[in-house]
Design a protein around this ligand. Structure first.
Ligand code: AMP
Length: 617
């Protein structure tokens, strides 16, 4: 039995986690432990020291974070665990992960501390008391020296990405801190690689550590075309639909995500964009699972969004594509996933989405499969247009061969005569009408993709939003203040942010953000949306907040507490003939800069849409 099969047989409950934490994991949609989690969690729960060789993407954060959560005594408001990370971005990210695992632990407090942030804020937060501190070595040292960080109650120390800390020249600081920790404590060291100096630190400061390494089995995957897209410049969902639209020989796809919540979210979003898509997760019973697979076989479904466990053993020859929407935990999982395509002698296609921090996992996969994975250039708007035109021509050609065209050709002649135009012009009008929700010609320019070097860019986060210096706007959507002119189309750029975490509607001050199912690919402009909302719901234009256009959807901010009638009217509204299906936005795209609704500031001009005043109805 391979290690993946062996570890996947385990559940989180088997690892010895408490009922409360198990409930949290179910809530956030984790189905099974990743291989590194299955091996590390029991060891850490026993209190043993550990060396974990694992990189980003393997689930290593939860591998140490979950056991940490089990040790915390919430009543004791002193640091009981310290996690050292090489960068502030990682500190923030780890703190966020810990906070998300503390869902059912009221009163739990985790504090990220890092250089560049004001001491005053950190001192205030430290004096309020944190159960876990996550920080960069330099700033942690400072606080120990100033006696503002007391480690007397420390039970566990985690060194995360130890090799990065070495590479960035922090290893002396790390040792300095290690020497100042209480004699009795557990130490866990995680590192993607094991350079000599890290081994030396481990030998000196860890006591009989268990060594855990993610195995990487080699396997050949000859018949499958493998490509990757480095996530940048565009939201993953927009990129996915664009890629699927122009992929040659697309028949059916299995899309892999990490959590069962994501299977449902993504399947719903794809269905809203017109794909025959369904979710497949461990939440489905055997009968439902078989039904989904049957539907995929018969063509009733074209896309199944699945977790690794749920997709095990699927053998559907028409699966032409496997999309690794979330990167797999290890190379074995990758090989297993892509084995769902290229079956029964057909050629298969495997597309891998790689976030900048996951590049090292991509390289591991290439090594393990002994095959290079080529970068995929995101199809441009022109590519999509060409594909749509080609499909349109093909469908017209098909109808041209059909019987009984004479009746319709006669109508065209009549129109041409009555309108005094050529038959070509009439055909043009008909082609325009035939576009429905998908225009053949997509207006606007493509966002410029900005590839980011490996290890350079960390996942953005809400801690980051609150605590960091303002960041540059690169690679993120520009939000337009509707009142400001000239109004240009916003970029669809958006890096994903916490896509794996379920989120609620995101109110902005006294505004609420909604998502609608029309975007630039429908030929929609901001003014169309404003016009429709103002007319249908009688909301004066100045009460309409920011609008961000994406390829296939848009977001719009409207005042909180809208009257039911306005709400109902908006549900029925169409823009350019497409039902907008307005609903509270499921989350904020990366880079959304929160701005409180400011009626005064927006009030200048722009009253042309005013019909009935909001609230007058
Ligand atoms: P990491 O390798 O720690 O950076 O984790 C990468 C991503 O995997 C994070 O978004 C985690 O929330 C997610 N993740 C970690 N463990 C699991 C799990 N057992 N099931 C589903 N998602 C997970």
């Amino acid at each position: 039995m391979s290690s993946t099969e062996a570890t996947n047989a385990l559940s989180f409950a088997d690892l010895g986690l408490s009922a409360s934490l198990l409930k949290t994991l179910t809530d956030i949609g984790y189905e099974t432990p990743s291989p590194i989690q299955a091996e590390c969690i029991p060891v850490l729960l026993q209190g043993r020291d550990l060396i974990g060789q694992a990189q980003t993407g393997t689930g290593k954060t939860a591998a140490f974070a979950l056991p940490l959560m089990e040790q915390i005594d919430v009543k004791l408001t002193k640091p009981q665990a310290l996690v050292l990370t090489p960068t502030r971005e990682l500190a923030i990210q780890v703190a966020e992960a810990l906070q998300s695992y503390a869902k059912n632990l009221p009163g739990f407090h985790v504090l990220p501390i890092y250089g560049g942030q004001s001491y005053t804020i950190q001192l205030k937060q430290l004096s309020r008391g944190a159960h876990i501190v996550v920080g960069t070595p330099g700033r942690v040292m400072d606080h120990i020296e100033r006696k503002t960080l007391n480690l007397d109650n420390l039970k566990t120390l985690v060194l995360d990405e130890a090799d990065e800390m070495l590479r960035m020249g922090f290893i002396d600081d790390v040792e300095w801190i290690l020497e100042r920790t209480p004699a009795q404590h557990q130490t866990a060291l995680f590192s993607a690689t094991m350079p000599e100096q890290i081994r030396r630190v481990a030998q000196k400061y860890l006591v009989e550590p268990r060594e855990i390494k993610i195995k990487s089995a080699t396997a050949t995957v000859a018949a499958i075309r493998q490509v990757y897209w480095q996530v940048s410049g565009m939201h993953k969902l927009d990129a996915l639909t664009r890629i699927l639209e122009v992929e040659e020989n697309f028949d059916a796809a299995i899309i892999f995500v990490r959590t069962k919540n994501s299977t449902v979210e993504l399947a719903d979003k794809l269905a809203a964009r017109g794909y025959a898509a369904a979710a497949l997760s461990g939440d489905l019973n055997q009968q439902m699972r078989e039904r989904v697979i049957e539907q995929l076989k018969s063509g009733a479904l074209d896309i199944v969004v699945a977790t690794d466990v749920a997709a095990r053993g699927i053998d559907v020859p028409r699966v032409s594509h496997v999309v690794n929407y979330d990167i797999p935990y290890d190379t074995e999982a990758y090989v297993h996933r892509i084995g769902r395509t290229g079956r029964a002698g057909r050629t298969g296609n495997a597309i891998l989405f790689v976030a900048p921090r996951e590049v090292s996992m991509l390289r591991s996969i290439e090594r393990a499969t002994r095959s290079p994975i080529a970068p995929l250039t995101l199809p441009s708007r022109a590519d999509v247009t060409n594909k749509r035109v080609a499909d349109f021509k093909a469908s017209v050609a098909e109808v041209l061969n059909a019987e009984g065209l004479d009746f319709f050709a006669n109508i065209v002649s009549q129109i041409a005569e009555e309108q005094n135009v050529s038959a070509e012009e009439v055909a043009g009008a008909l082609a325009m009408m035939a576009q429905k929700g998908k225009p053949l010609q997509i207006p606007g320019e493509d966002p410029v993709a900005r590839p980011m070097p490996a290890g350079d860019s960390r996942r953005p986060s809400s801690f980051a939003e609150r605590e960091r210096k303002p960041r540059s706007d690169e690679g993120r959507p520009r939000f337009e203040d509707r009142a400001s002119k000239p109004r240009t189309e916003s970029s669809s750029d958006s890096r994903p942010r916490f896509e794996d975490k379920p989120r609620r509607a995101a109110p902005v001050g006294d505004m609420v953000r909604y998502r609608i199912d029309v975007g630039r690919d429908h030929g929609v402009q901001v003014k169309d949306i404003v016009g429709a909302i103002a007319n249908e719901a009688g909301i004066e234009s100045r009460f309409i907040g920011r609008i961000a256009l994406y390829d296939e959807s848009s977001t719009i901010e409207l005042p909180a507490g809208m009257p039911k009638e306005a709400d109902n009217a908006l549900k029925r509204t169409r823009v350019r003939g497409v039902p907008i299906n307005m609903r509270p936005d499921e989350g904020r795209p990366d880079g959304a800069v929160e701005r409180k609704f400011d009626g005064e500031r927006n009030a200048d001009g722009e009253r042309s849409f005013k019909k009935k005043k909001f609230g007058d109805r």
